[in-house]
Design a protein around this ligand. Structure first.
Ligand code: FE2
Length: 422
């Protein structure tokens, strides 16, 4: 079997800057939309952002209907509700305004409206059928209002499947939005806890993709169609991930400490997009694979500083808690690259770096922005290790690009070490 020798470079066209969202109507008109569905969520609507975006779209002579029920932690039902709305509305364009959940819901609405089918047909196997969308989607514009998921730049939509206690998703290049509009002004209303969790997610995206298994270390696909969306680290994804690491280290503490620090919040928003482009190409692995069962297995944790109508583990918290142990484990795969990741995040040279250096830099950042100390704080104990490992193992798509093979024993070790990080 020969190894892969090709990587692809695709990125969402991004419009970035204070006031960029004022151009939302212009962008939709440019893409030829005449009647659009705007997908948003309660918090964004209460902050008055959706209403303002709605007016800007209609000012361009485009009809706009608001669907305001995107759910934090989307489920099949919440995706279906949006998809039904999309099918009934005869829309020729879609716009997501909000956090990752609104943007992911918009991707699914656009997919089902363009290529009608059961949502599960498109969901990754083994939970769904893993069918590929037959062609490009109707125009989709993504307007993030949190600096985290980078969903505007990626090809995935994540959903929670409570019956199977697992998170999975739909991933295909056609889900990549046609345009992202990233406006730092929109994050101003975010509570500090949300900024912290979203920022830790950005840092994880960047570290994981930077340290993912190189694209040329996996077997070549039989057909270009089989090349995975998550290709592994490559020279181009490294550029984006490295810049996102540098920004995360330099600006996240400031963005959390002061919501009026527009420079820091803007930089974190840019970092989210940079990291999104990086991991949209290279992928994420162990911390994200562990995060899915951590978020999906129990629904008992109520995070401080969030306005949610149901208990949940914020995504950024669920990924960051295992990152110190995960990168201690992956260190032998490429010590030099682990040192570089630590240096980028710390903003200084660390010539004597060893396996504990990157974990220590991550722990400093976690403590400084008020992250939970580990998975015990999220409601888990020793007896949960086994089901958590089982859940993580279902994320094969992610684990295959881990720089070191992580099987049941390795994952159990990482989770055990992550019970309490301090
Ligand atoms: Fe993430």
């Amino acid at each position: 079997m020969t190894n892969e020798s090709v990587f692809t470079l695709e990125a969402t066209p991004i419009k970035f800057g204070a006031g960029a969202s004022n151009e939302i109507g212009w962008e939709l008109a440019r893409l030829g939309a005449k009647r659009v569905m705007m997908i948003s969520d309660r918090g964004v609507i209460e902050a008055g952002i959706a209403e303002r975006m709605h007016a800007l779209v209609e000012r361009e002579g485009i009809e706009c209907e608001l669907f305001g029920r995107a759910r934090v932690e989307p489920t099949l039902e919440s995706f279906q509700e949006a998809a039904d709305f999309a099918l009934d509305g005869d829309f020729d364009g879609f716009v997501g305004v909000g956090g990752g959940t609104s943007l992911d819901t918009a991707k699914v609405a656009a997919l089902i409206a363009t290529h009608p089918a059961a949502i599960l047909d498109y969901v990754n196997a083994p939970v769904g059928e893993g069918r590929k969308p037959p062609g490009p989607l109707k125009p989709l514009v993504a307007v993030p209002t949190t600096a985290g998921t980078g969903s505007e730049a990626t090809t995935v939509a994540i959903l929670d499947v409570p019956e199977e206690r697992v998170k999975t998703g739909i991933s295909h290049r056609y889900l990549r939005p046609h345009q992202g509009i990233v406006d730092p002004e929109l994050t101003r209303s975010l509570p500090a806890a949300v900024t912290a969790s979203a920022g830790l997610d950005v840092v994880c995206h960047a570290v994981e993709s930077f340290l993912s298994r190189p694209y040329d270390a996996r077997p070549a696909p039989e057909s270009p169609d089989d090349r995975p969306p998550y290709q592994g680290a490559n020279p181009v994804s490294d550029i984006w991930a490295a810049k996102a690491l540098e920004y995360g280290g330099r600006y996240l503490r400031r963005a959390v400490a002061d919501s009026d620090d527009v420079e820091a919040r803007g930089a974190m928003m840019l970092a989210a997009t940079l990291a999104g482009i990086g991991f949209g190409s290279a992928g994420v692995h162990i911390p994200h694979a562990c995060a899915y069962p951590i978020a999906a297995l129990k629904h008992e944790y109520t995070p401080a500083g969030y306005e949610a109508d149901h208990p949940f583990v914020p995504h950024g918290q669920s990924v960051i808690v295992t990152s110190p142990a995960a990168f201690r484990f992956t260190y032998p795969a490429d010590p030099d690259k682990h040192r570089r990741a630590a240096e980028l995040l710390a903003g200084r040279e660390l010539p004597n770096a060893d396996e504990g250096t990157l974990p220590a830099v991550l722990l400093d950042l976690m403590r400084d922005v008020g992250a939970p100390s580990g998975i015990r704080a999220l409601g888990y104990g020793e007896q949960d290790i086994e089901p958590l490992v089982e859940g993580a193992l279902k994320q094969r798509r992610l684990l295959v690009i881990a720089p070191r093979e992580a099987g049941p024993n390795e994952l159990a070790g990482i989770l055990r070490e992550s019970m309490e990080n301090w």
